[in-house]
Design a protein around this ligand. Structure first.
Ligand code: ZN
Length: 583
């Protein structure tokens, strides 16, 4: 059941009509939430009241995950859970992520109330974004850490378990959801994935997975609004920003969405919002984003080391996932990261250049190609086969995590230029991308290597399969130097790669080996040194590594540029290259 409902989300409206025409709509159960400003033990809190249809057997479970999105003990944020007087008794099972309510059968809706508080102080730890943030001036929460959902409303039982069987009640994982907000009257703000400044929100019948993939903010946020070809785009942002103004961020968002929707010829999303939460960070910059229903939630360090350029990349990469990765879904998650991450990375650079986002031009694209060549060359797993990019490796090793970004990008670059050359610049990889979107939306075809090759072959003279096998599946390095020569692109050979030059102990407090050819060795780092302090910009070849090490009871300060030369090709940023790559 959930499967069909899910497909209705992504396939053409015509098929949806067919589906709903041949199966009568069940009357969906209601799910009413009232969220109001409150307090608990002198802390600010959100009071949530939920009214729902109880399960027929007299026992209803409300789901609330204790572990989610890298956070544990989320039940610590739930206080004062109570039933409406006389309606029943409740037992919380934190480990299983639910509260079970025993109640009389055959009654009307039940009502349960609870409070959500912030259980850890705000800090520069960006992962705190994924716990409830409830301050006197504002709140920032995700659906799964604010709202409980009755288990029997869901198609497969527990939230987030993936595909399940149809529920006994036959609701198909949908409910008629209403939200009402109290306590953030003007000039306060109520803003979320489903609307802006609406104290009463009637979401109608909504898929619960979509509903539970949402962000809710309120309080002293500012809401900026733009129109992209008749569709509304919001930015909800709070705080005084050091590196840029909210208007600059909004303008960047508008440019990015307009460019991407034009690129895909897809202006079908009537409402979209981005939330942006500042956090303080003493050194360096940090930013992260999460793609959600109709929305994108970001947290960004607010200091002088953060720049608008980082947001240009973040917005363009993350919002591109609306199509690459979501609308065009991988058949098997990790096996096609070369596509969902690598091609997203490629179109981040290409679209920023092609549409002149934030004033960038084709020089940005050329530098992006060069950077990917350097990053891949510096990767210790650069020739690992695609089958090594497994769930375990991807989440435990930054080298494996980044490999499909680099490899997929360069493969996309290669293929783009190949299609342009074969078609005498009448076609490009852009056409193939739109073919893949159509296949997904109209036929529900997911992205696999086989399907990709088949669709790509329509634009090529030679079968892509052996090439795909060699460079994606087997992971060999693309012969880019020969290719640049074929394409008559100007390039130089030789570039600086990031090279720390020594290996840390697992605790990162001592040196377990040093490359004798490295700048680290030349500047005095030795095996066995205790590292007392360190300042390292990972990946940056132009920022000095600064260490204080202790050896034989003495302390030594060390600094050096962490790089080594490699004979790899780099495109030159010349008018001829710009012309050749863009026209
Ligand atoms: Zn991504």
């Amino acid at each position: 059941m959930r499967r069909i409902v899910f497909l209705c989300r992504v396939i053409a409206p015509a098929l949806f009509v067919m589906f709903s025409g041949c199966q009568p709509e069940p009357v969906l159960p209601g799910l009413d939430y009232k969220i109001s400003r409150s307090s608990w033990d002198s802390l600010p809190a959100l009071q949530v009241r939920i009214a729902f249809q109880p399960a027929e057997n007299g026992k209803t479970r409300l789901l609330f995950a204790d572990n989610a999105w890298g956070q544990d003990s989320l039940w610590n944020t739930v206080k004062d859970l109570r039933m409406h007087a006389g309606q029943g008794t409740s037992v919380i099972n934190r480990d299983s992520g639910w509260v079970e309510i025993s109640h009389a059968t055959g009654t009307g809706p039940l009502e349960v109330g609870y409070k959500i508080i912030q259980d850890q102080p705000l800090s520069g730890d960006p992962s705190l974004t994924y716990r409830p943030i409830v301050q006197p001036e504002y709140f920032h929460v995700f659906a799964h850490n604010l709202l409980m959902v009755p288990e029997h409303y869901q198609a497969g039982g527990k939230a987030g378990e993936g595909q399940g069987q149809a529920s006994g009640e036959g609701f198909g994982n949908r409910a008629a959801v209403r939200l009402s907000w109290e306590g953030w009257e003007a000039p306060g703000v109520v803003h979320n994935s489903f609307g802006s400044q609406q104290p009463e929100q009637d979401l109608g019948a909504i898929d619960l997975d979509r509903f539970m993939s949402a962000v809710f903010v309120g309080g002293d946020f500012r809401v900026l609004t733009a129109d992209v070809k008749g569709n509304t785009v919001h930015l909800a942002i709070r705080g005084d920003w050091i590196p840029f103004s909210p208007e600059e961020v909004m303008d960047l968002l508008r440019q990015t969405l307009a460019a991407q929707r034009d690129f895909w010829q897809d202006h079908s999303q009537p409402y979209f919002t981005v939330t942006m939460r500042p956090f303080s960070l003493e050194r360096g910059s940090s930013y992260q984003g999460t793609g959600l229903t109709n929305s994108f939630a970001t947290s960004v360090s607010n200091n002088a080391s953060t720049s608008l350029d980082q947001l240009v990349y973040l917005f363009n990469h993350e919002l591109m996932h609306n199509w690459i990765g979501h609308a065009i879904e991988n058949e098997s998650e990790e096996a096609q990261y070369w596509f969902s991450e690598g091609f997203t990375e490629y179109y981040t650079a290409k679209n920023i250049a092609a549409y002149g986002i934030a004033g960038k031009d084709w020089g940005y694209y050329i530098e992006a190609v060069n950077e990917k060549i350097r990053q891949l060359a510096a990767s210790p797993v650069r020739t690992a086969p695609n089958s090594d990019i497994t769930y375990e490796n991807f989440w435990s090793s930054r080298d494996y995590e980044k490999l499909p970004y680099y490899r997929g990008f360069l493969f996309a670059f290669y293929l783009d230029q190949q299609i342009r050359a074969v078609s005498e610049r009448r076609k490009s990889l852009d056409n193939l991308m739109r073919d893949l979107l159509k296949d997904s939306r109209e036929k529900g075809i997911k992205l696999s290597g086989g399907h990709f090759v088949k669709r790509a072959n329509a634009y090529l003279v030679e079968d892509l399969q052996p090439f795909f096998h060699k460079y994606i599946e087997n992971g060999e390095l693309l012969p880019l130097e020969d290719y640049f020569r074929d394409l008559e692109l100007d390039f130089k050979t030789g570039a600086d790669l990031f090279h720390l030059g020594f290996t840390f102990s697992p605790e990162r407090d001592s040196v377990i080996s040093v490359d004798p050819e490295s700048a680290a060795f030349a500047s005095g780092v030795r095996k066995g040194d205790r590292v007392l302090s360190r300042s390292i910009y990972m990946g940056a070849t132009d920022k000095e590594v600064e260490l204080v090490v202790r050896r034989n009871g003495r302390e030594y300060p060390v600094s050096y540029l962490p790089r080594r030369k490699e004979p790899i090709p780099q495109l030159l940023d010349t008018p001829e290259n710009r012309e050749a790559l863009s026209k």
